[in-house]
Design a protein around this ligand. Sequence first.
Ligand code: FAD
Length: 492
Amino acid sequence: MTIQETQGFDIVVVGCGVAGLSAAVAAAEAGAKVAVLERTTYEERGGNTRYTEAYLRMKSEVELSHDFESLLLDNSGYYIEPELAASTVLDYENWSPIVRALAFTDPELISSFIDAVPAAVAWLKGHGVTFGEAGFYGLTPRPSPRIAVNGGGLQLVETMTARAEKLGVTFFYEVTARDLVRSEQGKVCGLIAKRKDNSPLRFDCGSVILACGGFQGNYEMVIRYIGPKGRYLRPVARGGYYNKGEGIEMALRAGAAPSGDYAEYHGQPVDPRSSASEALVMVYPYGVLINREGKRFINEAPGTIDAHYEETVRTIADQKKGIAFCILDDKINRIPNWRRCVRSDQPPETQPDVRALGRKLGFDGEAAERTIEEYNRACREGKFDPTTLDGLATVGLAPPKSNYAQPLDTPPFHAYPIISANTFTLGGVKVNVNAQVVDRDGEILPGLYAAGETMGFYYGRYAGATSVLRGAVFGRRAGEHACAQATGRGHR
Ligand SMILES: Cc1cc2nc3c(=O)[nH]c(=O)nc-3n(C[C@H](O)[C@H](O)[C@H](O)COP(=O)(O)OP(=O)(O)OC[C@H]3O[C@@H](n4cnc5c(N)ncnc54)[C@H](O)[C@@H]3O)c2cc1C
């Protein structure tokens, strides 16, 4: 089969979520001829970005939330040798190859991200994206503020696509990137892709920007990296199914250093019976969580839901068949607006007793009844208040419940099944502050950039409401830098 060659582009961007569109617009603005390859149809384009409400961890358009930096620093890697960490006070050029390729998010990358956020927001605004108040899914206030893109990620995709088209960017839909082309000198100088009919396409260009998401849509990679519980993790929204990890795989094949937590993912608690996007079930702090054996396995309310749901859903994924059940009694209906905590389009299962719930949903109802009796005995008198951390805790129970512990004794009983959805994977490739991919010897892989989920950035817990900003900041930077390298114009 002959490969059709496509020439005349300075830059090829893979993917058209927030990272790819920011890269394409920034590069085209700076004067580059840009192609964007997207595996989906025009109607389905935009990956995860299309489905997010795009909350941003910011107080206002110009100010980050107080915990933005500390959360990133606290989740920037594991047990880094103090000497290696200390050496990052030197200029980047003087870092050892070990440090440059190390699996951690270096302080230089974090501070360059933070410094660039307000300007990136202003830049998006200049292109027609608008910002406003963030909605909320719970009853207790968030510990730190958010703003949001008006109209969510879908609006961002629509606005930035229109902008890119106006700037002369060429979009290739239903074209899937497969592999990088490298010159004899080792520079990335093109890309092999395939069309829907499987025919190959070759793009020759100055630089390639990989902005094609994580690997949450690739079952094999999820299990390979995250382990057996990966069997039960499904993407939280339709867009994630298209992120199959080719960008990460092709960069790793070219020698990129891995970065970001390959063993973890950003999880959310969802109702497996629902096909709704982000079918959240966040009501479990007001009841108990049991597994298929009818046993509790975690403190359901150790603090604010926002700070703890990630750990809870990962523990749910560790239970047998990766599922748990939130049991509530009818007192839940005394909480006004409790349904704000649920985005599943399925009603809870309702039965006169917990045994019957078990028969319906497939958990051990008799054991669950014993578990709830034990839990009820550990509850104490006190004021139940779902709108704050009420401190109403169990006594002498393992695991304890630290808030909202009132007995479940009022039939009928209600239950939601909960699994852990995979919002996005954390493992990706190492980049420097210009979003240039770094190889395992700590050298720049010339001609190759990564942005958004394709770059590895988070370890341990994901700092919520920072991923859209990561895509905008590093996508934009990749576009500007790649343009300067490819054409000699624009940013250096
Ligand atoms: C329901 C939901 C809610 C979220 N809420 C928030 C939030 O409130 N705040 C926040 O900051 N983050 C949130 N996130 C996370 C955030 O939306 C994403 O991490 C971010 O938008 C990812 O942007 P991206 O450009 O890196 O990838 P994506 O937006 O996923 O785009 C990747 C694109 O690449 C395409 N692609 C993949 N592989 C190939 C290939 N081989 N060839 C060609 N094209 C390819 C895909 O089709 C897709 O269009 C949420 C995510 C979801 C799903």
